[in-house]
Design a protein around this ligand. Structure first.
Ligand SMILES: Nc1ncnc2c1ncn2[C@@H]1O[C@H](COP(=O)(O)OP(=O)(O)O)[C@@H](O)[C@H]1O
Ligand SMILES: [Mg+2]
Length: 233
């Protein structure tokens, strides 16, 4: 393990050299759908197979991204206009790709990423009602047109997802919720969920929609099936 470069990023490297295979897998879904839980389990699964990987996520993943994350998520942040919010997510992504994602892919590792461009389209496009075409163009520019090899969409009802978020916050002593997105109204989260499902429908080759309502072990088993399928391909 190398020293982490940013909050939440960790690497697993081993002596087994990958056969030039690099894969980019993103984890998407509404708040509380289990992305962070599942990405950790997926990392452990790859570790068990001695496959080098990096677990990372957005916003964040780089020192610059960690600063942007504070601005983007903190409920006490200065009022952000819709366009500013969109551009800060894009800026975060541009840095993340340069510092973490591209280098890992060049090393032939599997990149597991907690949120990526689909999140921007779902949240800033479908949620905040920024023009979808512009959001896509900005994502494309920020990501240098990088498209995930596979996107796991953890689908769950807003009730259940937010219920988990509130439980998580209570356990951590973070009530009232601190996160600007977690604090949004139900309708907003419903728009995100249906936005994600619309994206999945548009691109069934890339998306795997996973029912995230079951227990974490059952969801993990499904994640493993999809990872296995991708690695073999
Ligand atoms: N399948 C599951 N069943 C029950 N609770 C879960 C499940 N997956 C995650 N959790 C819990 O729900 C909360 C939100 O999960 P998390 O992985 O942080 O979601 P996300 O990263 O998508 O917001 C956490 O407290 C987590 O421990
Ligand atoms: Mg999370």
């Amino acid at each position: 393990m190398k020293a982490p470069v940013s909050r939440g990023v960790y690497y697993y490297s081993c002596n087994v050299r990958p056969d030039g295979m690099s894969l980019f897998v993103t984890f998407e879904g509404i708040e509380g759908s289990g992305k962070t839980t599942q990405i950790k389990k997926a990392g452990n699964y790859l570790k068990g197979k001695e496959i080098p990987f990096v677990v990372t996520g957005e916003p964040g993943g780089t020192p610059v991204g960690d600063e942007l994350r504070k601005i983007l998520l903190d409920r006490t942040a200065l009022a952000l206009s819709g366009r500013t919010e969109l551009l800060l997510f894009a800026a975060d992504r541009a840095q993340h790709i340069k510092e973490v994602i591209t280098p890992a892919m060049q090393r032939g590792e599997i990149v597991l990423c907690d949120r990526f461009s689909d999140a921007t389209i779902a949240y800033q496009g479908y949620g905040r009602k920024q023009d979808i075409k512009s959001v896509r163009a900005i994502c494309d520019f920020a990501s240098r047109s990088l498209v995930p090899d596979m996107t796991l969409l953890f689908d769950i009802s807003v009730d259940q997802g937010l219920g988990r978020v509130i439980d998580r916050a209570r356990r951590a002593g973070n009530v009232p919720l601190e996160d600007r997105f977690e604090r949004e109204h139900m309708k907003f989260h419903e728009m995100i969920r249906s936005g994600y499902l619309a994206l999945a429908e548009e691109d069934p080759d890339r998306f795997r929609v996973i029912d995230a309502s079951g227990d974490a072990a059952a969801v993990h088993r499904e994640v493993c099936i999809h990872l296995e399928g991708l690695i073999k391909r």
